[in-house]
Design a protein around this ligand. Structure first.
Ligand code: CP
Ligand code: NVA
Length: 311
């Protein structure tokens, strides 16, 4: 038997946890949410510190990680590119070595996935992806938790993705392969998902539709995202033209199952990727989705730092 310490676990993309580990984390998220709603004190991360590094803007990710870490008894350090040496070209590897000697867990929102991977490979502590150009695993974890809360197991279900083949789409596809559901993808031409970038094993868990309404047909969940993600602002005008027909509206929701849910990771642009009637309508669960970021990330931090807790 070796006495070597267990290797550090990171959460850089959705495939970093197994289906069995997701079952555990999702169950913990439900229990941690219950404790929060009941004002039950739960401080398993007392004396632990989370470093949050933001190279892009955020509302939900910042608030959910910061409030969540305090609720678990820990504390938070908040860094941005503009107010740290990260913005003055200190190598990412050096930043990782230093930050991970003083804190217990790190959350990073940045541009290329390669950057967070380089950070993680020089970090002594777990690193969590708070959004990269390629992936947004914490958001999909929250979305799946939200789906389960409203409709039960997501296995075997159909998720319609209407819009950009971006970080959210890539992560939904990874989740579909791992957890056994199907994604109906409809993206404008030129904005398709790249199977290699998404890191998929095969094309078995998704179907491509030219017409977004066809993608929504029979879906259990319809979901979309901004036409222009952070970092792609220079393409904004071209994207507005290309995406004009990819607005989730009443007709698309009517093509889906009668009890279909609508999700959007937010921030949203009413009248662009979604109509006000849909996002503010009865099938929309976007506020639950946003709140659930906090509960699932608390469960994720507990798992990465303490393993399988049953408190
Ligand atoms: N959905 C999401 O990640 O929101 P923020 O950009 O506000 O963090
Ligand atoms: N795809 C969007 C998600 C924002 C939470 C972006 O990357 O900007």
């Amino acid at each position: 038997m070796s006495n070597a310490p267990a290797p550090v676990r990171h959460y850089l993309q959705f495939t970093d946890l197994s289906a069995d580990e997701y079952a555990h984390v999702l169950a913990r998220a439900a229990e941690i949410k219950r404790k929060f709603k009941a004002y039950e004190k739960y401080h398993p991360l007392a004396d632990r510190t989370l470093a949050m590094i933001f190279e892009k803007a955020s509302t939900r990710t910042r608030v959910s990680f910061e409030a969540g870490m305090y609720q678990l008894g820990g504390s938070v350090v908040h860094l941005t590119t503009g107010d740290s040496q990260l913005g003055r070209s200190e190598p990412i590897e050096d930043s990782a070595r230093v930050i991970s000697r003083m804190t217990d867990i790190v959350m990073i929102r940045t541009y290329g996935q390669d950057k967070i991977e380089r950070f993680a490979s020089h970090s002594r502590v777990p690193v969590i992806n708070g959004l990269t150009n390629e992936f947004h695993p914490c958001q999909i974890l929250a979305d799946i938790f939200t789906f389960i809360e409203h409709r039960g197991s997501i296995a075997g279900k159909v998720i319609a993705w209407v819009g950009d083949g971006n970080n959210m789409a890539n992560t939904w596809l990874q989740a579909a392969e791992l957890l056994g559901f199907t994604v109906h993808l409809s993206t404008p031409s030129g904005y398709e998902v790249d199977q290699a970038v998404a890191g998929l094993r095969s094309s078995a868990s998704y179907k491509i539709f030219k017409d977004p309404e066809d993608a929504c047909r029979g879906a259990d969940l319809v979901t979309t995202d901004v036409w222009t993600s952070m970092g792609f602002e220079a393409e904004n005008e071209a994207r507005k033209k290309a995406f004009a027909d990819w607005c989730v509206d009443e007709a698309m929701m009517q093509a889906a199952k009668p009890d279909a849910l609508f999700m959007h990771c937010l921030p949203a642009h009413r009248g662009e990727e979604v109509s006000a009637e849909v996002i503010d309508g009865p099938q929309s669960v976007v506020w639950d989705e946003a709140e659930n970021r906090m509960h699932v990330q608390k469960a994720l931090m507990e798992f990465l730092l303490l393993g399988r807790v049953h408190a």
